[in-house]
Structure formats: C-alpha cells, structure tokens
Design a protein around this ligand. Structure first.
Ligand SMILES: Cc1cc2nc3c(=O)[nH]c(=O)nc-3n(C[C@H](O)[C@H](O)[C@H](O)COP(=O)(O)O)c2cc1C
Ligand code: SF4
Length: 408
C-alpha cells in the first residue's frame, strides 16, 4: 500500500502521499500572515500530512480578492519563514498556492479596476473589470516567476499554480470568459498562451530545487465552459511545460462554485456574516439560484480523473471527496494516482492523516459546507468546533443534512 510511503514532486520528497489542499484559511490580516494561520498549518503538519499548502496567495496587488488573503511579497518573507520552519520541524513539507483572481474582486481590495481576460461586468463579485493589455500580460507572467522566488526565500519547498476554478489563468482558458480577438483569444491553443507564458516564468524561477504543482480543471462544470476534451489538451500542454505534478479539480467560481466542492451552499450562514446590507439581502434572495447544489459523493472526481491518469505520464494528485483510508487506498493503489489532497477532512480533523493509520477510520466531515459559507467573511472554521452558533445557522445545517440524506 502506497499511502505511507515517501514520494517525490520534482526535487522534493514527501514522507507520505498526503497533501493538505489549498483551502482558503481567511486568516491573513491586511494580506499578511498571522499566528492563527501559522498554528493551523503547524497542527496539520503535526497531524502527519506529507505536505501542507497555504491557500491562495496573490502574486500582485490586483490578484487579491480578500484582505484576509496573503499577498506574496518580500515584506512577509520573515513571517512566512517562521511558518515553514515550524512545518519542517514537524516533518512535513510546505507549499503555497500562487494565483491571480482575475475579475473576481473589488476596486478597494485590488487597488484599482479589477482586471480579466476581457472588459465586462462580473455579476458574482459584482464588479466592472477591464481586459488586460498584451504588455500587461508579460508583466503578469513575470509576477508569477517573482512569486516563486519569494516563496523560495520564505522556505517553501513547492508552489502550486492556480490554473483552475475560473481564476485568471482559467479565465483565459475558458471560451466563456475569453472573447479576445488577439493571439491570446480564439482557438484553444491561443487561449493557452497566457498559461504557457506564466509557466515558463514559474519553471525558470523554480530552477532545480523547488517543486511545481498546477491545479487545473478537468471540466469547468457549466455549459459554455471547457469540457473534458479541452481540459485533457490543457493538461498535456502543462505536462510539456515541465511542471512536476497536476492537481485535478474542476468548476468555475463565478458560474459553478459547488462543482468544485460539491454539496449545498448554506446561503443563510453565508449572508449572516456579510457586512454590506445590500449584498446580504441580495444573496439571501437569489443565493439558491446563483449557487446551485451539486450533490456530494465520496471521490466525486474519480471518473474524470481516471481519463487524465490514462492520458498522462506525469505525477497526478487526486482531490475531491477523500474521506477515509479506503478512499485513499483506492485512489493510490487501485487507480494509480501518486498523491491525494484533502481539504475538508483536514479542516475538520487536522490530525486525520495520523488517524488514517487506523484502518477504516472515516473523517468527521459531514459536507454541509458551513466552512465554505463562512470563508467569504470570517476565518476558516468547522461548525463542529464552534459553540454558540446562532439558532438559524444551526437550523440551516440540520435542514441541509436532511436534504443530503434524501438525495442519497
Ligand atoms: C473552505 C474552503 C476553501 C477553499 N479554498 C480554495 C482555494 O483557495 N484554492 C483552491 O484551489 N481550492 C480551494 N478550495 C477547494 C479545495 O482545495 C478542494 O479542492 C476541495 O475542497 C475538494 O477537496 P475535499 O473534498 O477534500 O474538501 C477550498 C475548499 C474549502 C472547503
Ligand atoms: S464545516 Fe462542515 S463541510 Fe466544513 S469541514 Fe466542517 S463538517 Fe466539513
């Protein structure tokens, strides 16, 4: 059985096959790390994981969509170094997800008009955004390279490039968001150009001592987005860039958010924490329609991921609905993947990896997704660890649980 055997991502060897996925902690303050962020990742490292990933860090100011996100820049290297030193001291490796949110932000957070593949209006944020000029795309690609160098200075072993979920690189890949008429738009080959340019800078900066993972979509998850055939082409192009591993995901935050994580979005909980009244009541009114439920099941991406396993030679990381030792063994031993990533299982139980050594243990996550609803306004937390949640939130959790049971 592979689970507790070491394996490598490029030049970096992990003690076992488990990785804490990039799941936004919302624990930054003014885009800087905090002791809370440090303590969470130390607890995951202590809990036996092979590598833990600090979630989404912006590669430049316009890449930020929340004040609680990290902005990866030289000023925070020392505090990040404290986090990575502590992770290493606990036997795990450290990775950081680097990305640009494209149009999914606001002027005040991004420091100017949000940017994207094209000019338009993003209903989800909601915000106007402008299309990036060609000269700006070159700078953006170099920002990805600079982020890798900063990550190295901060002691990270790996970076994970966010090329999925409708973030900037994915906004270029998808025909839904990329209607450009220059060499960055049109054919899929053209739409992949920006990704290839970013990856060229990333691989150059990573050199021979850092591992590079790329989180990529297997489908955008809505009509008009990328389907599996397109995504296989993208994955093959990523393999050609020399990236060391792909994390296979799917979904598009502005169109199909629950396709990424599955289950129902607790809309009441989400709006409960919102501060702007118009957004609070707008989302409470239309949230169910804007964020459709995509039923959860264990290993929900496995069928699609299998197609990628058959088509690619490079190391592949499976993510999506790993909740038990059985799931992990299926993915690694039966299906031939190299690593597993887990988000909610390690949010619910930071020491889940150590507990998986006990055959058959299932994590305590119920996939009611309170943590997802909360991340837009508060630091990451699992409802199972919180006392005194307001009555309407508890009622919503119960109702979702009941509906999930009916769907099974
Ligand atoms: C609270 C929360 C925040 C997330 N934030 C991110 C993120 O910043 N970047 C990302 O690529 N995926 C993000 N995800 C998706 C997870 O990394 C992972 O792909 C998904 O949850 C499926 O894995 P799981 O079933 O093990 O939770 C997030 C998931 C959760 C639950
Ligand atoms: S809040 Fe719910 S979905 Fe999130 S980790 Fe906890 S139990 Fe799982």
């Amino acid at each position: 059985m592979k689970l507790f055997t070491p394996a490598s991502i490029g030049p970096v060897t992990l003690r076992n096959r488990t990785i804490r996925s990039a799941a936004f902690e919302g624990m930054g303050k003014d885009n800087n790390p905090t002791p809370m962020l440090r303590d969470y990742h130390w607890s995951v490292a202590e809990g036996g994981v092979g590598m833990t990933t600090l979630a989404y860090a912006g590669i430049c100011r316009s890449a930020l969509s929340f004040k609680t996100q990290l902005w990866l820049r030289p000023e925070i290297v020392d505090s990040l170094r404290e986090i990575t030193d502590g992770i290493h001291a606990r036997g795990a490796k450290a990775s950081i997800q680097i990305g640009h949110c494209g149009n999914m932000t606001h002027r005040s957070t991004a420091g100017g008009t949000p940017v994207g593949a094209v000019t338009g209006f993003n209903l989800y944020s909601p915000t106007f955004h402008r299309g990036l000029r060609k000269d700006e795309l070159k700078v953006m690609a170099r920002n990805f390279g600079d982020a890798v160098r900063t990550a190295r200075d901060a002691g990270f072993d790996c970076v994970e490039v966010h090329a999925g979920h409708g973030y900037l690189i994915s906004q270029f890949l998808s025909p839904y968001t990329n209607r450009r008429h220059d060499e960055y738009g049109g054919s899929l080959d053209n739409r992949m150009r920006f990704m290839r340019e970013c990856m060229e800078e990333v691989m150059k900066a990573a050199g021979s001592d850092m591992g590079v993972l790329v989180k990529t979509n297997m489908r955008d998850g809505f009509k008009g987005g990328l389907d599996i055939e397109d995504c296989l082409t993208v994955a093959k192009a990523l393999e050609q860039t020399g990236a060391h591993a792909l994390v296979l995901s799917g979904g598009f935050v502005s169109k199909a958010p629950m396709y990424v994580m599955r289950g129902e979005m607790p809309v009441y909980a989400m709006t409960h924490y919102m501060e702007q009244w118009w957004l609070k009541y707008g989302v409470r009114l239309c949230g169910k329609m804007m964020i459709p439920t995509v039923p959860f099941r264990e290993l929900y991406f496995l069928e699609d991921a299998r197609e990628f396993r058959n088509a690619l030679k490079m190391p592949l990381v499976y993510v999506g609905g790993v909740v038990s030792r059985d799931n992990a063994d299926t993915v690694l031993d039966k299906e031939g993947f190299d690593f597993i990533q887990m988000g909610r299982a390690l949010l619910n139980e930071p020491d889940f990896v150590n507990r998986m050594r006990t055959e058959g243990h299932r994590c305590g996550c119920d996939h009611v997704n309170y943590c997802i609803a909360r991340m837009y306004s508060r630091e990451m937390a699992c409802h199972k660890h919180l006392d005194n949640l307001p009555e309407p939130i508890l009622r919503e959790i119960e109702n979702i649980r009941r509906r999930d049971k009916e769907r099974e």
